[in-house]
Design a protein around this ligand. Structure first.
Ligand SMILES: [Zn+2]
Length: 87
């Protein structure tokens, strides 16, 4: 249940921050839509709008190709906040 409450507020973070373009190099933006296993979060959980979700999906796929984020994370490498390592 705690997991569910995390996403209770339904609004698009990217609209709120008035993001027009999502750069695949901008991990700070991408991390809102990545799970702890670097999977793209579905829109029903994040509350992103369609426009931004499409941009995010595109950007994340590019970021994976450019090796900014991994394609897969095995069980041993799952940690609470993977972005602490990137900073
Ligand atoms: Zn939006």
């Amino acid at each position: 249940m705690a997991e569910k409450r995390k996403f209770k507020k339904r609004y698009c973070r990217y609209c709120q921050q008035k993001v027009d373009f999502i750069d695949y190099k901008d991990l700070n933006l991408l991390k809102y839509s990545l799970s702890e296993r670097y999977k793209i979060m579905p829109r029903r959980l994040t509350g992103n709008c369609k426009k931004h979700q499409d941009m995010i999906a595109e950007a994340i796929k590019r970021a994976r190709q450019a090796a900014f984020i991994p394609y897969i994370v095995d069980r041993k490498r799952v940690i609470e906040n993977p972005f602490e390592l990137i900073k």
